[in-house]
Design a protein around this ligand. Structure first.
Ligand SMILES: [Zn+2]
Length: 55
């Protein structure tokens, strides 16, 4: 799984090569998340979806 971060609004999302824009604000200024951001994203998912469900 690849996590991307928007440089404009810091929104993190599951990315892929077909995603060129931030799904939150629509900016094209996105980049792969850093390791730290990735950890943050995973812990956030666990907090909101403790049963392993995904949004
Ligand atoms: Zn954004």
């Amino acid at each position: 799984m690849m996590i991307c971060t928007c440089n404009e609004c810091r929104f993190m999302f599951k990315g892929s090569n077909s995603i060129k824009r931030c799904p939150d604000c629509g900016a094209e200024n996105i980049r792969p998340a850093t390791d730290m951001e990735y950890e943050e994203y995973i812990s956030y998912q666990k907090e909101f979806y403790p049963q392993g469900q995904t949004a």
